[in-house]
Ligand binder design. Structure first.
Ligand code: URP
Ligand code: ZN
Ligand code: ZN
Ligand code: ZN
Length: 518
């Protein structure tokens, strides 16, 4: 049976990979500070058969129960990564982490669920869904799916309905960049927004002006800039700001919520903050329902790495939108701490050096993407909590709870409450972490956070009621992860019908006047 626990190709290295000897369906976590998004208290957490049964002080149990001492540590909901690309075919290759190695990495870093982006197969949503179901069979933690919409016709529209009503998908992503590949135009985006609204599904955008990016790339090549730095120079923040503003206004025009993935610049962040504050014609008193997702790379890195004379080192920083100049990182952190941005993803989209080298002579051919699924919980803790920018409850909100609410899984996910899934981490604030490709669990031979150290360490990860990470040992079981179906009409849709009614009634007078005039 032991071969089941170790996947030969994952490069577990020193971290080891051992066979679990306990059945461990009953667990007691004693004496820790239990943190939810709204509240923290010292309490015990009792788990049976993958579900949290009780959260209160001084729980007494029999000796058939595995007891974990969490005194002096934080007991928190496992991280939920809203944005990953495992086993994705992209830019002529496939991301190096699949649903086992990527999830194993996640578990070692305190993330117990992720939502991955299904890419349609030749425009077919159902074929894409089936393909990803197949890829996900080796899952060792729970996962959900978003779906990308890359073309538009009656069939796509019909399939979106099937995805929402029968397949547990409640969000669709539209790429405003990657011209000639995944990119859609405004007409398609409008159709998509309308369809999303009617289904109660959340529209997500990759916001960069793809036509202008194409132009910017030509400019760089004409100037003779072919290295990784050309990637950032060809798609400056203004193109992210423009597309973000456009998507926000179109979502306002349709009156449907919008989720902006990987917010990388001040330009995009300010558009989101402005829309949330000032509102649209429809949402006047409330502020527009726009969610902004920064990713770890944007929060903790700057563009200096792209200038590394060693191509492989520089190429590992290539992702889209690009990692920005120093200053954008701090501004995104501040926006997260004030609530202008709401949750943190990774956009984990890992490629190894050989794959990155496809673009050795031309930055346009470097597969876009960085790692982060294993590093997110640690880096966000160190950067945001350890630095004093946010509270521990806020940490839980931005790494887990808000994602569960937005994608309508709360409180099954994102909470330490009786009845919730037992996806739990124990974090020791006095311990430290260190990141290196030599010991990480991704299959990539590089790590964009190589050498980073910080305070706070996830010492235990419990997924589905099982201890899967403890003493730096991973006990990930392929096939143990469940597909989590997500229902439409999350809280973001509350009141949308009332705002629509108000808009329609405001049109009564113009309709009368127009009739009278004709
Ligand atoms: O560079 C990136 N972000 N690669 C993944 C695909 C995407 O745009 O999310
Ligand atoms: Zn309480
Ligand atoms: Zn994207
Ligand atoms: Zn992505």
């Amino acid at each position: 049976q032991s071969s089941e626990f170790c996947d030969a190709g994952t490069g577990f290295g020193d971290s080891g990979c051992v066979v679990s000897s306990k059945s461990a369906s009953k667990l007691l976590i004693k004496g820790g500070t239990v943190v939810n998004a709204h509240h923290q208290e010292i309490a015990d957490v009792y788990v049976e058969d993958g579900i949290i049964v009780a959260v209160k002080p001084n729980i007494k149990v029999g000796d058939d129960v595995t007891v974990l001492d969490a005194t002096g540590k934080f007991v928190m909901p496992g991280g939920i990564d809203p944005h990953t690309h495992l086993a994705m075919e992209f830019m002529g290759t496939e991301t190096i982490d699949d649903f086992f190695s990527g999830q194993a990495a996640a578990l070692a870093g305190g993330t117990t669920m992720h939502i991955d982006f299904v890419i349609p197969v030749k425009g077919s949503l159902s074929k894409g869904f089936e393909a990803y179901k197949e890829k996900a069979k080796k899952s060792c933690m729970d996962y959900g799916f978003h779906m990308a919409i890359t073309k538009w016709d009656e069939n796509v529209s019909r399939e979106m309905e099937i995805m929402v009503k029968e397949k547990g998908i409640n969000s669709f992503k539209f790429f405003m960049a990657y011209k000639g590949a995944l990119m859609i135009n405004d007409e398609l985006l409008l159709e998509g927004l309308k369809k999303c609204k009617s289904l109660g599904a959340l529209a997500m955008v990759h916001a960069e002006n793809g036509d202008a990016v194409f132009e910017g790339q030509k400019r760089m090549i004409e100037l003779g800039i072919t290295g990784p730095e050309g990637h950032a120079l060809s798609r400056p923040p203004v193109l992210e700001g423009e597309a973000t503003a456009r998507a926000i206004r179109l979502a306002s025009f349709v009156n449907t919520p919008l989720y902006v993935v990987h917010v990388m610049s001040i330009d995009a962040m300010e558009e989101i903050a402005k829309a949330r504050k000032s509102g649209s014609i429809f949402w006047a008193p409330l502020g527009q329902r726009v969610i902004g997702e920064p990713v770890v790379s944007g929060l903790v890195l700057d563009d200096s790495g792209l200038w590394d004379p060693d191509f492989i080192n520089a190429a590992k920083y290539v992702m889209s939108p690009p990692i920005r100049a120093l200053g954008h990182d701090k501004a995104l952190q501040a926006a997260l701490s004030t609530g202008n941005l709401q949750l943190v993803g990774t956009d984990h989209c890992a490629f190894n050096s050989t794959q990155k080298a496809f673009g050795i002579d031309d930055f346009r051919k470097i597969p876009n993407g960085v790692n982060g699924i294993e590093e997110r919980m640690h880096l966000v803790w160190d950067t945001m909590v350890e630095s004093g920018q946010i509270s521990v409850t806020d940490y839980v909100r931005i790494t887990s709870t808000e994602c569960a609410r937005i994608f309508n899984m709360y409180p099954r996910k994102g909470a330490i409450l009786a009845g919730s899934d037992a996806d739990i981490i124990i974090l020791n604030p006095n311990s430290s972490f260190q990141i290196t490709a030599r010991s990480h669990h991704s299959r990539s031979d590089t790590n964009v956070y190589e050498g980073r150290k910080g305070k706070g360490k996830v010492e235990v990860t419990i997924a589905g009621g099982k201890i899967v990470w403890e003493n730096d040992e991973l006990k990930a079981v392929p096939g143990s992860g469940k597909y989590i179906e997500m229902q439409p009409f999350s809280y973001l849709f509350n009141g949308i019908d009332k705002a629509d009614a108000k808009y329609l009634s405001s049109l009564q007078a113009p309709v009368q006047r127009s009739k009278a005039a004709s």
